[in-house]
Design a protein around this ligand. Structure first.
Ligand code: ADP
Length: 404
């Protein structure tokens, strides 16, 4: 028995958590060295005193009431349930603690055993995570704002370049006309005509081609930045209905390519109808665009509910995507060489962005020469979305045109 006592004492002495026992009146009966370390009192300074000396506000005032109510009602509010409290050290400073209390009976008398763990470091860690998260969100907002302003404002000089280039082209025609009535040595005339009909128009062609490309890219960036600003209108979505509506709008394309599109029964999900429609519209559009030249396009849309998620698949028998490009196709402006297939390399970036905003996931599985399957996972229940369901909308910048 004596050995047992020694063992028990050694355990109490070595415990990292403070262990404090009190009687029904709140008088401290025992405490271990961890309690001395946490609270900064010597053992003898604690024994025999009321436990409220170790508590910060409001616990110290409420404590006696807790014990009395518990003994009268046996309804645990603290006892048997762990909770976070504030402790008070000898020097008056406050320490965050996790407190678990159990009740034991000794000679029929209730004794409460409190286990206290200093949670300062955990709290500090959580605080820093929140701080980091807030600062990242703020940077993200600034970056989006910058993208918006840059892409919006860069378009103005671009329009000027395009306009004046057209004007220069017209001026070349005017000059050519004027030259006809002027006597010039044959050699000079040939040279001037070559410059006016070939060199300048060729250079203008490059300028206009370049500005048109830049216009498309800026337009894409502008669309991307607007997407991040648009609030989500979340609601339960009947995905079969959304797909039916999409297929109606794509009827012409489908018929032209003689494509077969099968849509299986789809589980519902929770999302913004317009934006989720945009994701599937883009996947179907790609499935048609990147079809294999030697076979009729066959597209299958299927889905199932998995726990809190709805999982959808858009599978095609098109050209497929080499493994090294499979992650990169979601990057902004990344396109494979699809000689002649129109596109700006933004559809999948936008789709991924939308799915991310819904706390979902999109990925691709593809075999070159056989086809691709895009897998979209979206929340099937609203709870999954709640914590950040309505991302803070940016205050409109001075440059924002609300009509666009
Ligand atoms: P875009 O179609 O405008 O080029 P996307 O972002 O939608 O832009 O797609 C990026 C690239 O991914 C495409 O250029 C294409 O090379 C490839 N891709 C997308 N979907 C498919 C598909 N279903 N089959 C084969 N390649 C695809």
């Amino acid at each position: 028995m004596a050995g047992d006592d020694r063992l028990l004492r050694a355990v109490l002495d070595a415990a990292l958590e403070a262990i404090v026992t009190i009687d029904a009146r709140g008088t401290i009966l025992t405490c271990n060295p961890a309690a001395e370390r946490i609270f900064g009192y010597e053992r003898d300074e604690m024994l025999g005193r009321n436990v409220s000396m170790l508590m910060g506000e409001p616990e110290s005032e409420e404590h006696d009431g807790f014990v009395r109510r518990y003994l009268a009602s046996r309804q645990p509010r603290v006892i048997g349930i762990g909770r976070d409290v504030l402790g008070r050290r000898k020097d008056g400073s406050v320490v965050p603690l996790h407190l678990g209390i159990t009740e034991i009976r000794v000679d029929g008398e209730p004794i409460f055993v409190g286990l206290l763990r200093d949670t300062s470091q955990e709290r500090e860690g959580a605080r820093r995570v929140t701080e980091l998260h807030d600062s990242l969100a703020e940077r993200n907002r600034k970056l989006q704002s910058l993208l918006y302003v840059a892409s919006h404002d860069l378009r103005t000089p671009l329009v000027n370049i395009q306009g004046f280039s057209q004007e220069l082209r017209a001026s070349c025609d005017t000059l050519r006309g004027a030259l006809e009535g002027i006597a010039l040595p044959a050699e000079t005339r040939r040279e001037v005509e070559r410059v006016l009909s070939e060199e300048i128009p060729e250079a203008l062609g490059y300028i206009l081609g370049g500005t048109a490309k830049m216009d498309t890219l800026l337009g894409g960036i502008l669309r991307l930045s607007r997407l991040g600003r648009r609030a989500l209108s979340l609601q339960p979505l009947d995905m079969n209905r959304i797909l039916d509506e999409l297929l109606v709008t794509m009827e012409f394309q489908i018929q032209q390519q003689n494509a077969r599109v099968d849509v299986g029964p789809l589980p519902s999900c929770v999302g913004d109808p317009v934006q989720v429609g945009q994701v599937f519209g883009n996947l179907l559009d790609n499935a048609l665009k990147y079809s294999a030249p030697d076979r009729t396009p066959a597209i299958r849309v299927s889905g199932e509910r998995r726990d809190d998620e709805a999982v959808y698949r858009v599978a095609d028998n098109g050209v497929g995507i080499p493994a090294r490009h499979q992650d990169r196709i979601f990057e902004v402006f990344h396109r494979l060489d699809q000689s002649g297939v129109p596109g700006e390399g933004l559809g999948l970036t936008i789709a991924q962005r939308i799915v991310d905003r819904h706390h979902g996931h999109v990925s691709v599985d593809s075999s070159p020469g056989e086809g691709s399957t895009f897998v979209v996972r979206l929340p099937a229940v609203a709870e999954k979305l709640r914590p950040t369901a309505s991302p803070a909308r940016l205050a409109p910048s001075v440059h924002e045109d609300p009509t666009r």
